[in-house]
Unconditional design. Structure first.
Length: 182
């Protein structure tokens, strides 16, 4: 009986250590490895799904944003990122205002406290649901051919990288915006 308890304790200790290791290391979603040593978060290619950004009802709802914060502003119906520095401002990544299907957010309990997931560090001073904390690694967006044709039911705030046109594709609920990446 005591031997069995030690085995369970050992198993739980190993699993806990692996969980902590993966929380500060590189992470992949839908595949076993990341593309390179400079990648902190990577997605399976040609999965025909993108990332859906967090929705806010006005950029002022984001308290103390840090540079690079991405959100879908449901009031303006646009995807925005926060540019830090001397010219700090929210920058619009959508061309025109989109359309919002509010049913995606109807199940969200605003009063519920959400513990952030932090990748790359054990702690962060940033506020968010998913925080990538690194000075030397980046997130690689989901990559696929022609996201505007292959993501069949995109939601407002969906982002992906088009491997054919080499563009960042952002859906605002009505239309796709395309940003050329060199």
């Amino acid at each position: 009986m005591i031997n069995m308890i030690y085995k369970h304790f050992f198993f739980l200790t190993v699993v806990s250590c692996l969980g902590i290791f993966s929380a500060v290391g590189q992470t992949s979603i839908g595949k076993k490895t990341v593309e390179g040593t400079d990648v902190i978060l990577d997605f399976k290619a040609n999965d025909n799904r993108g990332i859906i950004l967090p929705w806010v009802t006005g950029e002022q709802q984001v308290v103390s944003p840090v540079g690079g914060t991405l959100v879908f502003d449901a009031n303006d119906k646009k995807v925005k990122y926060y540019r830090a520095g001397t010219a700090a401002a929210w920058v619009d990544l959508s061309i025109n205002a989109g359309d919002v299907d509010g049913s995606i957010q109807q199940s969200v309990d605003e009063s519920e406290t959400v513990t952030p997931t932090i990748i790359g560090s054990r702690t962060s001073t940033a506020s968010g649901v998913l925080i990538l904390e690194s000075t030397s690694k980046a997130m690689v967006l989901p990559k696929m051919e022609s996201p505007h044709l292959n993501i069949l039911s995109p939601k407002a705030g969906t982002m992906a990288f088009d491997t054919v046109s080499k563009m960042l594709c952002i859906f605002n609920g009505t239309e796709w915006s395309f940003w050329k990446v060199n």
